[in-house]
Ligand binder design. Structure first.
Ligand SMILES: [Zn+2]
Length: 405
């Protein structure tokens, strides 16, 4: 029945969709709470919920506390009513997840991207995984709601093509319509979005949906990106602005950025910026544990630096501390603008020493003048599969969360 929820539907299906969405968000939940939120009469609400139970979409969790009389029914969604495939395609790996409706990962397949991984080769791998995963877990094809894809490079949403796919180790991506190709080969719904948006979506739906409507996900890796949830919805735009945070100016007389401008956050807090600053300081004579690790200082890469951070190399710690300070300034600007309740920090540097702590403290210090601001800055739950989980979530959301006039 979930697949009847999409598009223009009858008033009754609309009511079923609303109730299912509320149970998904707030479950375990009692009928009384649902009647309060929806305004439906108790008898109507009971009848509709019964129908969802009959359809195998929700059930009574059995955890209701009795206050003397009968135990109240506490509804939750049935996670195995349908299944989702979530995919992340990057220039390093392609990851395919089989997910249940709670977005819990039932199985994972990975492809290491090398010179044979052309566009078609990679998408054929995805299709093969879909068949294998469904058959291994004895899931009928009708139980698959669809396939969601997350990619890091900008996508042309109209044509389903990756714009400027220059970092892939093999070709064949330039005019490949990923959505059409997978739709034809798998005969199911296929959706695509950028990875940062999907990480924001997965963090939000899995961990913070009950608490807030406004959340921002930020990450610093090769680029500095952000994905925004406003009023419970992912903010999308045609401009592909997920990297815009990286080009927010934090010092107008500052360092030259790769975009040609001066003082962008990208020039201070991204991995390439941190790497360049470490090399510059060693050349100037600062001592570092890395000097003995490489023949030529120019050979230092991110992996060396991430490793040196674990060893608490004073120079790398100092550079990362500065990078985090600038990131905290950029983040506080973003918080002033969007007023999120929660900021989730992701990316390679967050689990390493110092970075997250300095970012969080710097941003909170700048917000102190606004005592009504109670933003929480939280570390990402870190799962490496968060983008692919978000890709699966986008499929489920298409059926249950879309608001139509
Ligand atoms: Zn820039």
């Amino acid at each position: 029945m979930l697949n009847q929820f999409a598009g223009l539907t009858s008033p009754k299906i609309k009511s079923l969709k609303l109730l299912y969405s509320l149970v998904r968000k707030l479950g375990p939940i009692r009928i009384n709470t649902l009647t309060e939120i929806t305004g439906y009469k108790h008898v109507t609400c009971t009848r509709l919920l019964d129908e969802l139970v009959q359809e195998g979409l929700i059930y009574d969790s059995g955890i209701g506390e009795s206050s003397g009389g009968r135990k109240p029914l506490m509804y939750i969604i049935k996670p195995d009513a349908y299944y989702l495939i979530g995919v992340e395609i990057t220039n390093l790996y392609t990851t395919v997840l089989l997910l249940d409706l709670n977005l819990d990962i039932l199985d994972v397949k990975k492809l290491r991207m090398d010179s044979q991984c052309t566009g078609e080769y990679t998408l054929n791998f995805v299709s093969r995984c879909v068949d294998e995963l469904l058959s291994k877990h004895k899931i009928q094809k009708e139980k698959l709601l669809g396939i969601g894809i997350g990619v890091l490079d900008p996508i042309d949403k109209e044509t389903g093509v990756i714009i400027n796919p220059h970092l892939f180790p093999a070709g064949g991506w330039d005019s490949l319509n990923i959505v059409d190709y997978l739709q034809q080969n798998n005969n199911t719904h296929v959706f695509i979005d950028n990875g940062t948006n999907l990480a924001a979506l997965a963090e939000y739906r899995k961990n913070y949906w009950k608490e807030t409507d406004n959340l921002v996900f930020v990450s610093s890796d090769m680029g500095i990106r952000c994905g925004t949830i406003l009023q419970g919805r992912l903010v999308r735009n045609k401009m592909e602005m997920d990297e815009a945070l990286g080009h927010m100016v934090v010092d107008i007389h500052g360092r030259r950025c790769s975009c040609g401008s001066y003082g962008c956050l990208q020039a201070y807090s991204s991995l390439p910026a941190i790497r360049n600053e470490v090399v510059r300081r060693i050349k100037r004579g600062h001592a570092s544990y890395l000097q003995d690790r490489v023949n030529d200082i120019e050979d230092i890469d991110f992996h060396h630096i991430l490793n040196a951070l674990e060893q608490e190399d004073p120079l790398c710690l100092e550079v990362v501390k500065d990078a985090a300070y600038y990131f905290g300034i950029g983040l506080s600007n973003l918080i002033f603008l969007l007023s999120p309740d929660i900021v989730v920090c992701g990316g390679t540097l967050v689990p390493k020493p110092l970075f997250y702590e300095v970012v969080s403290e710097t941003a909170q210090n700048r917000l102190m003048h606004y005592p009504n601001s109670h933003v929480q800055i939280i570390k990402s739950t870190a799962a490496y599969n968060i983008v692919a989980q978000g890709a699966g979530c986008m499929v489920l959301d298409y059926f249950t969360e879309e608001i139509l006039p």
